[in-house]
Design a protein around this ligand. Sequence first.
Ligand code: ZN
Ligand code: FE
Length: 256
Amino acid sequence: MGALDIVLLPCLADNYCVILHDPESGETAAIDAPSAEQIKAALAERGWRLNHLFITHHHTDHTGGIAELKAFYGATVTGPEAEAERIPDLTRVVTAKSELAFAGHPIQVLETPGHTLGHVTYYFPNDGLVFTGDTLFSLGSGRIFEGNPEMMWESVSKIAALPGDTNIYCGHEYTLTNARFALTIEPENEVLKKRVAEVEALRAAGKPTIPTTVDLEKATNPFLRPRSRSIQARIGMLGAPEPEVFGRLRQLKNKA
Ligand code: ZN
Ligand code: FE
């Protein structure tokens, strides 16, 4: 089994669609469907046809292109069972128990509720890739629209528990905004400061800050660091349990 070609496609204002192509079989998949037009153009440019769509959650900026892509390519559309009613074009529903693969590459489904109640994350263990949708961003976490902080903390913890060199692809380019907040929480974190400088340079050059890695996020993302004494001290929660610190960080970020 060879390496997959990966195309990180900016869509709409700040969304990402990731296109995966297996050169051996010619099979192509996409994670989320922000824009049928933009995805069709990117595929046409490369002479690829879409076989599979993997959807993380029901929000329109991740599902808006499904109907047209499904009609145009006859692609299989896979998404969370818990959101099947809200994503009408699914052809296959999945839970954490599902056995899933793309072009012979196994996929583990992680249930990562919080942003939405059915949100799933797709982990490709053999490829060291994880697609986190709107659950975990670089230097940030998703907003908690449908769940609660405990639930969201558990979800981001599942991603943090993956091997450190796993490449994380998230649903939005929010890194620079997240970086500004992260610096207010942990101004003395040297790894964070270095990452922020990189992020600023990448964005100034119009380049994506994605993928990031599990290890880099664990070292820099305040939402994965509620155990840090310096973070706890800064927000006046020394010794508080992780889900509570996480929840407070989320509140502060919402107000930032
Ligand atoms: Zn969303
Ligand atoms: Fe989104």
